[in-house]
Ligand binder design. Structure first.
Ligand code: FMN
Length: 157
């Protein structure tokens, strides 16, 4: 009898061509053909509700850095899901990638403060795609998605 697939939720703000490439690379990595047993869903933060988080076994967060902080879209997501998920999802495995034109530290700090409050568990070092856009960012995002899905499949997370 096959096991129930693990649920991987990707919540990504992708307001530009480059950030769409990053999001799509995370999704492609997570849906790598060698990985089975993981159901991947990808959502815009504004369209992600607490019920989607409650159903997730792992979550990947993606945001731009705007004015020294995470995107308003990702902040809005956290504002809406925080209390409905606080008691239920402690220990949730998460990974984070940030697209920042020149910095990224304020965004990392902001997200980490919130997920510390939620007691989510980082399973990878945050990926900060900083500076002029590079093809390497796309590869790094693909690896991030793949590693998350592979870890869920293996039951490591
Ligand atoms: C209004 C605005 C504010 C921004 N503020 C920052 C910032 O504080 N730190 C930073 O590293 N990049 C900042 N950026 C750059 C964005 O992070 C970057 O343009 C975005 O991630 C999209 O990436 P792309 O330009 O490669 O498509 C800002 C961009 C805009 C439009």
């Amino acid at each position: 009898m096959s096991e129930k697939p693990k649920q991987l939720l990707i919540v990504a703000h992708a307001p530009s061509e480059n950030t769409v490439r990053l999001r799509d690379a995370v999704v492609a990595g997570a849906r790598h053909p060698d990985i089975s047993g993981v159901a991947v869903s990808v959502r815009n933060p504004f369209e992600t509700e607490a019920e989607h988080v409650l159903a997730a076994d792992g979550i990947i967060l993606g945001t731009t850095e705007n004015l020294g902080y995470m995107s308003g879209a990702l902040k809005d997501f956290f504002d809406r899901i925080y209390y409905p998920c606080l008691e239920e999802k402690q220990g949730l495995a998460y990974a984070l990638y940030i697209r920042a034109g020149h910095d990224g530290t304020g965004t990392r700090r902001g997200v980490e403060t919130i997920v510390t409050g939620l007691r989510w568990r980082a399973v990878q070092e945050p990926l900060v795609c900083r500076g002029d856009f590079q093809a390497r960012f796309v590869e790094d995002c693909e690896m991030l998605g793949m590693a998350m899905a592979a870890g869920l499949e293996a039951g490591i997370f």
